[in-house]
Ligand binder design. Structure first.
Ligand code: ARG
Length: 463
């Protein structure tokens, strides 16, 4: 079976060359978009009168046949099919003869592969954004279900101040909301058609890239043919958005790992979302959460791959660009799976409210509230900080509890000591966006509103 480019060559390509350069095993997933883009190109050739109506019908019919063979598994690939574009054109020409050989007129695999990849990425970005919206919904549902439950808030992984569980969960909600924004913004730059750029410089034929762009639902066409075939910014940008989303999943995963440990005991994972040990009969492990952490490393690797592939390339197309697909596909697959898995894990998790409250109800968790009590009495904050710090130090060195020290202190007394009562400190987080019940009410409303706006935005994106 000859290659697409056999005319210029004396003999057959070496088998080892084909083994090294072939991309079919991974770009076969572009088959569907390749057919979509080829049909648009056929319609463009017809509008330009490069082919006539009968020829266009024959080619489109041939492409339908290729599609059917790919769908029912009867498509037979041959060794010279170095990529999916070659395979489709080769089979079309077998089916339709000379007329099929007109398909590639005014087109190069360079603008073709860029078009296919943009079509594929455009739909994939919408899919991932939907996955992120679903996880946001689970976070919002769990936040609503958490009521007034609270846990220690941490800095440096040391208990700092009690925070409402709903507030903690919504912190992750807002990170995902930025991920969705970023994907929507990246989508706008993905949604530009490179079809018609040819190999690098356009064509002498009267093809109209703007018309094919419209036909394919792109928001516009390229302005510069060299840029059109060599630009993979959209790949890097989408992988970055996915990598950051992966990092967010990883941070959530890390908390699940910590919080489900006996040391914390804040959450109990559902059996359906936990794994066992092959040796230790008692084990119940948070593997989903750990993989969310681990796979983030892999997706960051995908980002590094594409940036390094791009960094040394002169204009325009270089075969290095074939290396754009595997990191992109991997990042899409892994982050999509991660969003689904994390949604399932979170939705089925039981929060152990009593354990969390007990951990949060240490008197020292109200230290800043005591200092702010003094501030309300006119004491400068720095002075108040030093006074309370001294009482904490005293209580830690044994003997009296912080509470009794506060009760007997001339600047405090019984009213101030009541601030230390279990469950009280978190109610004092009243500032907007803060961790207490009053600002939480507003936050829950804002989150629901933001989610519905984002849903509409994602639903309006071209797939
Ligand atoms: N499989 C190639 C890729 O993914 C298609 C473009 C090949 N173009 C070329 N001039 N060899 O980039």
């Amino acid at each position: 079976m000859p290659t697409l480019w056999h005319g210029r060559f004396d003999g057959e390509p070496d088998e080892a060359l084909l083994a090294y350069t072939v991309s079919l095993p991974f770009d076969v997933r572009l088959a569907e978009v390749d057919l979509v883009a080829s049909r648009a190109h056929v319609r463009g050739l017809l509008r330009a009168a490069v082919i006539d109506g009968a020829e266009s019908e024959l080619i489109l019919g041939g492409l339908d046949q290729v599609e059917a063979e790919l769908a029912d598994g009867t498509f037979i690939f041959v060794p010279a099919d170095e990529d999916i574009h070659t395979a489709v054109e080769r089979r079309l020409t077998e089916l339709t003869g000379d007329v099929g050989a007109k398909l590639h007129t005014g087109r190069s695999r360079n603008d073709q592969v860029a078009t296919d990849l943009r079509l594929y990425t455009r739909a994939a970005v919408v899919g991932v954004a939907e996955g992120a919206l679903n996880l946001q919904q689970v976070l919002l549902d769990q936040a609503r279900a958490a009521g007034q439950s609270y846990l220690p808030g941490y800095t440096h992984l040391q208990r700092a101040q009690p925070v409402l569980l709903a507030h903690h969960l919504l912190a992750h909600f807002w990170a995902l909301s930025r991920d969705v924004d970023r994907l929507c913004e990246a989508h706008a730059r993905v949604n530009i058609s490179p079809l018609g750029a040819g190999a690098l410089a356009g064509t002498s034929l009267p093809l109209d890239p703007h018309a094919t762009a419209r036909d394919l639902g792109f928001a516009g066409a390229f302005h510069n043919s060299l840029d059109a075939v060599s630009d993979r910014d959209f790949v890097a940008e989408v992988i970055f958005s996915l990598a950051l989303c992966g990092v967010h999943l990883s941070r959530m995963g890390e908390e699940f790992v910590l919080f489900s440990s006996d040391e914390f005991g804040f959450v109990t994972l559902d059996d359906a979302w936990s794994t066992g040990s092959s040796m230790l009969p008692q084990k119940k492990n948070p593997d989903v959460a750990e993989l969310a952490r681990g796979k983030a490393g892999r997706v960051i690797g995908d980002l590094t791959t594409i940036l390094v592939v791009l960094k040394g390339l002169p204009l325009a197309y270089n075969r290095d660009l074939q290396e754009d697909k595997e990191p992109l596909f991997d990042a899409i697959d892994q982050v999509s799976l991660g969003l689904t898995a994390m949604s399932g894990l979170l939705a089925s998790t039981t929060f152990n409210h009593g354990v969390m409250a007990q951990a949060a109800d240490t008197p020292a968790g109200a230290a800043v509230d005591l200092a702010e009590y003094l501030v309300s009495q006119g004491v400068p904050f720095r002075t108040a900080h030093t006074i309370v710090g001294g009482l904490v130090r005293q209580s830690l060195s044994g003997g009296e509890t912080l509470r009794s020290l506060v009760e007997s202190h001339p600047d405090f007394g019984g009213e101030a000591a009541a601030i230390l009562d279990a469950g009280v400190p978190v109610t004092r987080r009243t500032s907007p966006g803060g961790a207490g019940p009053v600002p939480l009410e507003a936050q829950l409303i804002a989150a629901a509103e933001a989610l519905s706006v984002a849903r509409q935005r994602v639903a309006s994106l071209q797939r």
